[in-house]
Design a protein. Structure first.
Length: 203
């Protein structure tokens, strides 16, 4: 048997197997499973004229199955590594010694870590959706707006001290802030550090 004829028969065998596996319609395709596919190959292997090519196709399918299994194993391992990395990043974000805040274009708190919530004096869930301006003195509000305006105009990073409204004990409080544009667009990223006793209270 010439090589050309072998290739032709192998292609024909593949076409027959594919056609058989697909079935005449969607309903039939849904009923054909792995056992049926192996049955087709067994019948083809039983015929002397198609046995060599059927065995070659079976070997190819086995190799392909191993490849699929290896790919699935690799995907599972990659997913586990990504989940571990994500969990680590979440831990670093939440337990960082500085407050991390994401504001929208209207200075509303969209995201913040635990340290930022502690600096502002509230539970994190109660702060989402609140305006950062509501925690600042009038001077702090003006400073924040100017800082965000400069960032919107193209400044890469801005630094400022934002005086907070006095707490229940009347203590002087201030946040040292560094801000930049949110790379996701439409907002700002701010890092907050707490300062106590830096801003004199108005008389």
């Amino acid at each position: 048997m010439t090589k050309t004829l072998q290739i032709r028969r192998q292609n024909e065998l593949r076409s027959r197997a594919v056609a058989k596996l697909k079935g005449p319609d969607a309903a039939t395709r849904a009923l054909i499973d792995t056992a049926a596919a192996l049955g087709v190959l067994y019948k083809l292997a039983s015929s002397p004229s198609t046995a060599p090519n059927a065995l070659a196709l079976l070997s190819e399918l086995q190799v392909h199955q191993v490849e699929v299994d290896l790919m699935d194993e690799e995907l599972r391992r990659s997913r586990a590594e990504l989940e571990t990395s994500l969990n680590r990043q979440i831990q670093l974000y939440d337990h960082a010694p500085a407050g991390y805040v994401t504001l929208d274009g209207g200075a509303v708190l969209r995201e913040l870590n635990r340290t930022a919530a502690t600096l502002l004096g509230y539970e994190r869930d109660a702060l989402r959706g609140q305006s950062l301006e509501s925690f600042l003195t009038p001077e702090g509000v003006s400073t924040l707006r100017n800082m965000l305006t400069r960032i919107t105009a193209g400044a890469p990073t801005e630094f400022a001290d934002l005086p907070l409204r006095p707490g229940e004990a009347g203590e002087r409080r201030c946040l040292h802030a560094s801000a930049s544009a949110d790379p996701a667009g439409g907002g700002f990223l701010i890092v907050l550090m707490g300062i106590v006793g830096a801003i004199p209270l108005p008389k």
